[in-house]
Design a protein around this ligand. Structure first.
Ligand SMILES: *Cc1c(COP(=O)(O)O)cnc(C)c1O
Length: 398
């Protein structure tokens, strides 16, 4: 089970995506094997003792390690250019495992106010009960981040670009702010994936993923990962090994297959999203279009410095508020009406009543999520078919 090369940094992204992490068994399989085993046998009592004590490397139990899961971890670590990765049962358990391994009662978290809904609930409601406090600031407001740091701040947490309004946070500057305050910078890299943005190279300490989204890319499995330095990720592994939100080997295998086409998918989906954003921005019946790849994005220079493409997600405003938005959604025939994203099939969402429905109308207004806002996560359909489908929506919205 030796790997041909453990030093993947000398290879390009596409090569790492299809080859990193693979170890063949003596059977010589070309595709990765799926090790559906909960436990492992030892050659002797002494070997069992050595494995349990850690003196001998190797598998003990699949809550700790599993060869298929390790292949996924190594491949994703190679793509994010991190020293180490641990896979988790979901994106949320990746964020939970990170928080549980780097925070304690009395610590403070400074987070972007534009985060995935469950992430906000995790920090505020769940970690709040264990004595961790969290403040939220606008992702692009560097002064607010600087002023929000307290002596007990141990973690800065950001998603960039944000969902659904595509605000971009300056990862390199946030890393400086975090490190000046002796805190870690964690970036949720779900929207860009390492194909478009590598936060660790920009100075972030740790990246979290929902593999459920673009890493799988085909809407099949739920999973997550934490990637970063050996020092940070070994603590996350320690939590995971004891607390148990491990990834299943079957899901790891599906994600390995997903990673093999990640670069191609992100490129194609970004290109289609860029064309769709341009098409939308030229329409009289559309208000603002939010997409990092547009020339008039307010943080254009930062986007170009930090991302190599705009990504697959965009939002736009139509006139007529919630009624018009609902008529629009109900008139489409092709796009999937779901709050999920990162699939080969395009999805259409009304954030104000779904992903951001738990916010009060005042909070939504404050962050800029209006009743006429619609979000499209662009898949791999033909662009003309998507445009024709959205035209049905525009005709019905009036
Ligand atoms: C979906 C998502 C998560 C949570 O991931 P799960 O796999 O659903 O647990 C976290 N962050 C972002 C940005 C997401 O889109």
């Amino acid at each position: 089970m030796a790997s041909k090369s453990d030093n993947w940094s000398r290879f390009g992204f596409a090569t790492r995506a299809v080859r990193a992490g693979q170890r063949r068994t003596h059977e010589g399989e070309h595709s990765e094997a799926i090790f559906t085993t909960s436990s492992y046998v030892f050659d002797s009592a002494a070997e069992a003792a050595a494995r349990f004590s850690g003196d001998s490397p190797g598998n003990v139990y699949s809550r700790f390690t599993n060869p298929t899961v390790r292949a996924f971890e190594e491949r994703l670590a190679a793509l994010e250019e991190g020293e180490r990765c641990v896979a988790t049962a979901s994106g949320m358990s990746a964020i939970l495992s990170l928080a549980m391994s780097c925070l304690k009662a009395g610590d403070h978290v400074l987070a972007s106010r534009s985060l995935f809904g469950s992430t906000v609930l995790l920090f505020e409601n769940i970690l709040g009960r264990f004595g961790v406090t969290t403040d939220f600031v606008a992702p692009g407001d560097l002064d607010a981040w600087r002023q929000g740091i307290r002596p007990n701040t141990r973690l800065l947490f950001v998603e960039t670009p944000s969902n659904p309004l595509m605000e971009v946070a300056d990862i390199a500057r946030l890393a400086e702010i975090a490190h000046a305050g002796d805190a870690l910078l964690a970036v949720d890299n779900v929207l860009c994936t390492p194909a478009l943005q590598q936060p660790l190279r920009l100075g972030a300490d740790v990246v979290v993923h929902s593999a459920t989204k673009f890493l799988d890319g085909q809407g099949r499995c739920v999973g997550g990962a934490v990637v970063g330095s050996e020092a940070v990720v070994s603590k996350v592994y320690g939590f995971l090994r004891t607390a148990g939100p491990a990834m299943s080997p079957f899901n790891a295998w599906v994600f390995l297959k997903g990673l093999e086409t990640l670069g191609l998918r992100m490129q194609a989906q970004s290109e289609a999203a860029g064309a769709l954003a341009q098409w939308l921005s030229e329409r009289a019946d559309v208000g603002r279009v939010y997409y990092p790849g547009l020339a008039d994005h307010p943080q254009r220079e930062l986007v170009q410095r930090q991302q190599c493409a705009g990504g697959a997600v965009l939002s736009f405003e139509i006139n007529g508020g919630r009624e018009a938005a609902f008529r629009f959604i109900d008139a489409t025939e092709l796009v999937s009406v779901t709050a999920n994203l990162g699939d080969t099939r395009s999805t259409l969402t009304h954030p104000a009543t779904t992903t951001h429905g738990r916010l009060t109308p005042e909070q939504r207004q404050q962050v800029g999520i209006g009743e006429g806002l619609l979000r499209v996560a662009v898949g791999l359909e033909d662009l003309g078919d998507l445009q024709a489908d959205l035209d049905l929506g525009f005709a019905a919205a009036g």
